[in-house]
Ligand binder design. Structure first.
Ligand SMILES: NC(=O)C1=CN([C@@H]2O[C@H](COP(=O)(O)OP(=O)(O)OC[C@H]3O[C@@H](n4cnc5c(N)ncnc54)[C@H](OP(=O)(O)O)[C@@H]3O)[C@@H](O)[C@H]2O)C=CC1
Ligand SMILES: O=C(O)C1=N[C@H](C(=O)O)C[C@H](O)C1
Length: 266
């Protein structure tokens, strides 16, 4: 297969920078474009001390894809703009790999239709870390046998959205497998609003935001006399890169929506 021509959107962000480095240093794919609200007109390779011909940061995704051939857009921007980016990419016949969070169930249906109509792929991946994908898988497996569960997700204090996309996806996977979404708790009085966390179809999600953290999650099951904790920790953003490379390897053979890296893992 020919080298794929990749554009990274949100290239100056924490994840975007790591993705740019990965494409340039660790894949045969070609970085043909980079977009971001910041550093417009500057050479991203110079900013990140990367080898090879310059790739200039552009501010407008549409004009950027009109200027060149792009096979894949990788998006790590923000929840506020991600749907516009996806719609723009797919309707222009470009495959999308999306790590940005904040995509709803209704959005997913629209994305699938747009991808199918345009004969391209939309990989919407809440977490690219292989360990996190396994954590979600094991949590979903435990739901077949244990019913009472809560999720604690812990992230750095620069994260804009809560709960995390990973926690939302974990709750969905658990709910798909568990026999009942009724837990044993009595009627509770929440004396401090929010003290019991957010409710995702009967599963409580607690979001911790602190400096020093990157991305962590615990799924805690409890039953008579025992508990089971399934925990994953990302200690740096390199932890997401094998998953990004896997998505790059798989994307060209897919048409329509893929929601979650587990769908392309095996
Ligand atoms: N799926 C996964 O495995 C992972 C997903 N994420 C998710 O990825 C997203 C990005 O995270 P992170 O890299 O930490 O965030 P950052 O804020 O560090 O990066 C986002 C970048 O996108 C820029 N940006 C904002 N709006 C636009 C736009 N319209 N067009 C182009 N660029 C834009 C931002 O600029 P500015 O700062 O000026 O707004 C910033 O440079 C989040 O939703 C996060 O939850 C994060 C880690 C792993
Ligand atoms: O913002 C982050 O950092 C992360 N976002 C994703 C999420 O919301 O689940 C993935 C990972 O947890 C890191």
């Amino acid at each position: 297969m020919m080298n794929k021509r990749v554009l990274v959107n949100g290239a100056c962000g924490r994840m975007g920078q790591e993705v740019v480095k990965t494409i340039v240093n660790d894949t045969a794919d070609e970085l043909v474009g980079v977009c971001d609200k910041n550093n417009e007109g500057k050479d991203i390779k110079k900013l990140l001390s990367l080898p090879g011909p310059e790739v200039i940061i552009e501010g407008d995704l549409l004009s950027s894809i009109k200027k060149r051939e792009v096979d894949i857009i990788i998006d790590f921007t923000t929840p506020a703009v991600v749907m516009d980016n996806i719609e723009l990419g797919l309707s222009n016949g470009i495959n999308m790999i999306v790590g940005t969070t904040g995509i709803t169930e209704v959005d997913l249906q629209r994305i699938d239709k747009l991808a199918c109509d345009n004969d391209v792929a939309a990989l919407i991946i809440p977490n690219f870390a292989i360990g996190a994908v396994l954590m979600m898988r094991f949590a979903a497996e435990a739901a077949k046998y244990l019913n009472n569960v809560e999720i604690i997700e812990l992230h750095h204090d620069q994260k804009v959205d809560a709960p995390s996309g990973t926690a939302v996806k974990t709750a969905e996977l658990i709910n798909y497998n568990r026999i009942s979404n009724q837990q044993n708790n009595i009627d509770e009085i929440e004396k401090l609003p929010g003290a019991r966390g957010g409710d995702s179809n009967g599963i409580k999600i607690h979001s911790v935001r602190l400096p020093g953290l990157i991305a962590h999650q615990e799924v805690i099951y409890g039953t008579e006399g025992q508990s089971l904790t399934i925990r994953h920790d990302s200690y740096n953003r390199k932890s997401f890169m094998p998953g990004v490379k896997l998505a790059l390897d798989k994307v060209m053979g897919i048409k329509g929506l893929v929601y979650g890296l587990e769908k392309v893992l095996d």
